[in-house]
Design a binder for this molecule. Structure first.
Ligand code: PAF
Length: 282
């Protein structure tokens, strides 16, 4: 396994990329395994980028407290059979004095009211900027993104299509702890009590899937979260691709939906989501 701080021929000749901010966990491991498998089939190197992107944090304390576990991250990549770890500095990603964001497209799905943009304004502008830049630097033929960041996945998918990139975005399912808690680098910042409390998030998502309408699903999610001592930023059910607020998606049985939650638990912001199909049509 090679660790590169600037891209070289191997990276720019096509690769299968997993973009990450490090602090790798079991969820990343499944993204990385998918990338390694795909890279072997394509006969190109597998690559994991590790770069904590300052532009996607609208809260400086969140950026400062983002976990750094480089040694563990490298060990995980090595064990998974990754060919290249790309660990650039801020100056490589955003060279001073150079405009590297002229072709960045921030798709509409980034700014759907009541979801991430309402609570983290500018977050997806930062994500689109860094992902676009990583795609320029590494030239992947495919890139793997986790479904846990559902809105991010839709943004990246749409941006890449609108930019006309010759690149496949591969989604990877959320990996959960036995308790149901979605694996996340931020879980490292949870106290043991908060970790138990946070289980209400996945419980709410799964319980909502038994409800016949989105309104009932949303109110059940709120009820379960509040009972668990959690006040969500949002607990919403939206069409899975557009994330557009619809009056009643359950009236259209052909629109697959997603239940999405964001909430701070013990001061740590967590997000999670799950597929939602109106019970009448399931
Ligand atoms: O999902 C993440 O870890 C980040 O948002 C990403 C895609 C690596 C961009 O910094």
């Amino acid at each position: 396994m090679r660790v590169l701080h600037t891209p070289d021929h191997d990276l720019t000749q096509r690769c299968v990329l997993v973009p990450t901010m490090g602090a790798l966990h079991g969820g990343h491991a499944s993204l990385i395994q998918a990338a390694v498998r795909r890279a072997r089939i394509e006969g190109v190197p597998s690559a994991v980028s590790i770069f904590v992107n300052p532009k996607q944090f609208n809260d400086p304390t969140d950026f400062d407290s983002y976990p750094d576990r480089m040694d563990d991250d490298l060990a995980m990549c090595r064990d998974a059979g990754v060919d290249i770890v790309f660990h650039p500095s801020v100056d490589v990603v955003y060279p001073p004095g150079e405009d590297v964001s002229s072709d960045v497209i921030i798709p509409d799905v980034a700014s759907k009211p009541g979801l991430e943009d309402t609570y983290r304004p500018g977050h997806f502008a930062g994500v689109c900027q860094v992902v676009s830049r990583l795609f320029d630097l590494c030239a992947p033929s495919a890139a793997v993104f986790g479904e846990k960041d559902w809105q991010q996945l839709q943004c990246v998918r749409t941006m890449s299509r609108l930019q006309g990139r010759d690149l496949q975005i591969i989604p990877a399912e959320t990996v959960r702890e036995d308790s149901g808690l979605a694996m996340s680098s931020r879980n490292l910042n949870l106290t043991p009590e908060a970790r138990i409390q946070a289980v209400a998030i996945s419980q709410a998502l799964f319980a909502a899937s038994n409800m016949p309408t989105p309104e009932m699903g949303e109110s059940l999610m709120h009820e379960i979260l509040i009972k668990g001592g959690i006040t969500p930023e949002y607990a919403a059910i939206r069409p899975a691709d557009s994330l557009m607020p619809l009056p009643d998606p359950s009236r259209n049985p052909y629109v697959p939906c997603r239940a999405l939650i964001a909430a701070k638990v013990g001061g740590v912001r967590l997000i999670d989501n799950a597929p939602w199909t109106p019970v009448a049509y399931a």
